[in-house]
Design a protein around this ligand. Structure first.
Ligand SMILES: [Zn+2]
Length: 232
């Protein structure tokens, strides 16, 4: 297994956050722009369009936060349960746990003597910490933080969602659909490219993929808006 350098580990961690942020902003942009385009296509006044868009922003941000909080909390629960089990095993069978830790270090390339020494010293210093980090892959720095994840998720959603709202605010109501759709497609292309490059994938392909689905979503809501607008 290739060893990651310290800065690479941080890079991987940052890329993880960047991708989550890009996806959150993407969701906010597509869902709010589609809502605004749909309500505008129904022939609504600017005030109604803005209220619908704002309600969509708040509802979307809250549901993203709730979803993220629940999913990260269950991850935290699983981590806590693993740590509690590990603590019990350390209490009940300390020798077997020491052998296990030694085995992990031998597996990483240390010779038996050195592996044993390292295992003994790390166990004396912080047995649970050593097992959590080297056996379970849980460490303080990457431990799941539900509140932080929920807040970041809501903020990135809102950051994407506010774009079509601003466009709807500054453009004449007759051109709202066109301007919102146009700026949203540009925004999606940028986010799609950014997300793809963060994941090491092709930028153009990533941009086209996200833009295609965004266009489809806005076309669908515009159609619904027009149908119900005419019927009203
Ligand atoms: Zn263990």
């Amino acid at each position: 297994m290739s060893r990651l350098t310290h800065s690479e580990i941080h890079m991987v961690h940052r890329i993880g956050w960047l991708r989550a942020a890009v996806l959150g902003a993407n969701d906010g942009l597509v869902s709010t722009a589609s809502l605004v385009v749909g309500v505008a296509a129904a022939g609504s006044a600017q005030g109604e369009i803005l209220i619908a868009g704002l309600a969509g922003l708040v509802a979307g941000a809250m549901s993203m936060a709730a979803g993220e909080y629940v999913s990260v909390s269950s991850q935290t629960d699983a981590e806590q349960a693993d740590l509690a089990r590990e603590a019990k095993e350390l209490e009940d069978t300390p020798e077997a746990e020491l052998d296990e830790l030694t085995g992990i270090y031998i597996g990483r390339g240390l010779d038996e003597n050195l592996a044993r020494q390292v295992a003994v010293q790390l166990t004396q210093k912080d047995a649970l910490g050593a097992h959590a980090r080297d056996e379970l892959g849980i460490s303080e720095t990457v431990m799941a933080q539900p509140i932080q994840a929920a807040v970041v998720s809501a903020m990135t959603f809102a950051a994407g969602a506010v774009i079509p709202l601003i466009i709807a605010l500054v453009t004449p109501v007759a051109q709202t659909s066109v301007f919102v759709a146009g700026t949203t497609l540009i925004g999606l292309a940028v986010l799609g490219g950014l997300g793809a490059s963060a994941g090491g994938a092709g930028i153009v392909k990533g941009a086209l993929r996200v833009t295609f689905w965004g266009a489809l979503a806005m076309a669908a809501t515009a159609a619904v808006g027009m149908i119900f607008g005419v019927a009203a």
